[in-house]
Design a protein around this ligand. Sequence first.
Ligand SMILES: Cc1cc2nc3c(=O)[nH]c(=O)nc-3n(C[C@H](O)[C@H](O)[C@H](O)COP(=O)(O)OP(=O)(O)OC[C@H]3O[C@@H](n4cnc5c(N)ncnc54)[C@H](O)[C@@H]3O)c2cc1C
Length: 457
Amino acid sequence: MTVPNLESLRARFRGELIQPGDAAYEAARKVHNGMIDRRPALIARCTDVADVIAAVDHGRENRMLTAVRGGGHNAGGLSICDNGLVIDLSRMRGVHVDPAAREVRAEGGCLWGDVDHAAHAFGMATPSGTVSTTGVAGLTLGGGIGHLTRKYGLTIDNLLAVDVVLADGRFVTASEQEHPELFWAVRGGGGNFGVVTSFLFRLHPVKMVQAGPTFWPLEQTRQVMKAYREFIARAPEDVSGFMAFLTVPAVPLFPEALHGRKVCAIIWCSPGSADQFEAATKAMRSVGKPLLDHVGPMPFPALQGLFDPLLPAGLQWYWRADFVNELGDEAIAKHLEHASRLPAGLSQVHIYPINGAAHRVGAGDTAFAYRDATFALVIVGVDPDPTNAKTITKWCKDYFDALHPYSAGGAYVNFMMEEGQERVQAAFRDNYTRLAAVKKQYDPTNFFRVNQNIRPA
Ligand SMILES: Cc1cc2nc3c(=O)[nH]c(=O)nc-3n(C[C@H](O)[C@H](O)[C@H](O)COP(=O)(O)OP(=O)(O)OC[C@H]3O[C@@H](n4cnc5c(N)ncnc54)[C@H](O)[C@@H]3O)c2cc1C
């Protein structure tokens, strides 16, 4: 694994260049998913845009397979590669809030916790995901689904501009006004088009939220899911709640009597007032006989960080996903059957509502193609013990196979493993052809191919 012309890169690079044998190498090659074990020839940990340009030039000129790392959360491990170059942005985590303009600029290596923290000081937030350690870059480039989606849209619906280093080393800004096709493509098309060194987002007045879980016994799944599908179709956009199946973790946050119990749940978040939340959700939260209903006011960043301690880096992860239009009775029966086999521990299933504001953007307006889907389903096998990797993977695949016939056909790219070209095309539907044309324009040699790859037309 010798790196060609390393000295010429060293001469124009300010960050760290980490190779096998260096003290920092073992930690630097780890990503969030402990199942991923790849050994790059060089990790170029950039400090600024100039470093990113130098690294892209080096990868291209020396024909190195090149991966780009933001937060490192991609479960398929698409931010790291064997024997190639990793352009690592984890030191580029600057955030700048402009409270008067209601905008935030985040560098390409930021985690969502960085942005939430900075914006919260001004009583604002932008829609992101549900876990604060997730990278801004990967989540945004795939679309961005989270607690604020119903109210304020996907993360990309709040993206105003990106700075990008292209495959040929050029630096451009893309927005509605400049490089509009590139701007269209990065809103959902993933890291296919260049290294995004900064993101500019619109902010909204979100400070305190009403949040927390309602848990029901798994046996009440049918009743709860049927009520939920009616509820979420009509719920005010101020209110969001995603459905989940999980095993109650043995942590002080939950009563001891529930520890280890498999439940059907809704995890709530509403940026509205407590009274509005109560009025909108009372009937749903009273369906059947809940085991726990623990909702109250909390700062938005506290909600975003709530589950971080349960999901540290290094766990085994295997997930599969699909978009879903309807939760029909047959699908609900399959959910109950497979959720009953939830492996012990941290494995879970999430069904995120993506109606509301996200539906008001057209399927062709951004690269994110499933604007008509009501839910994003993700089945997540998680376990700290590598010897359980096979068990969680099999449970996840069986669950997915049973539910796929009831899906809209494709998945959210950020919830996919490496599943082949057919699944990539299914994820982009009618937008794939246009994405392939943009790819041809901005990355004709497919230099950026460690991703859910769009091949140049
Ligand atoms: C615990 C956990 C919770 C999650 N919760 C949510 C959620 O609530 N909502 C949601 O939408 N998703 C969620 N995700 C999925 C998440 O969006 C994806 O895993 C995403 O790929 C993570 O982005 P990252 O920057 O951390 O990933 P990375 O692994 O660093 O990168 C992912 C992909 O993006 C590319 N990339 C990274 N940085 C850049 C850049 N600066 N420029 C160009 N390309 C780049 C990489 O090459 C790679 O292909 C979650 C994931 C985990 C593990």
